[in-house]
Ligand binder design. Sequence first.
Ligand code: FES
Ligand code: FES
Length: 149
Amino acid sequence: MLKVNHHEYRIVLDARVTLLDALREYLGFTGTKKGCNFGECGACTVHLDGWRVNACLVLAASAVGCDIITIEGLAGEGDALHPVQQAFIDRDAFQCGFCTPGQIMSAVACIIEDHTRSDAEIREWMSGNICRCAAYPQIVAAVRQAAGN
Ligand code: FES
Ligand code: FES
């Protein structure tokens, strides 16, 4: 049983299946992206019991019993955008958008962790999320906006 975005899903998986593949290939949560599949790009970032993790490095079996939140589960009541999602739009913080779900999930955690007191601190704590389009200045601006700094 995997609990994703507040719903429980009963699925049978090989013990070697990663959380990323379980989300994308078995449950259809394709908002979580597969970039490197080696823990280097951050495109697969999701929240596991409130902590940001690279889903490509987590076995689905080890996530049983955890609260898993993906980009699809971030919007609020009536699909109102999360403030970080809105800030990414306001600050034009993406180009191709492939890295964006991971960036947003990481940014939400970065704000909760209170690592947003300066641009340098944001860059450091968002450094696990790579953007091939190099939208970094806009991403930092979006995080600052959402953090209210
Ligand atoms: Fe997981 Fe790149 S796909 S870190
Ligand atoms: Fe294209 Fe980040 S917006 S990789």
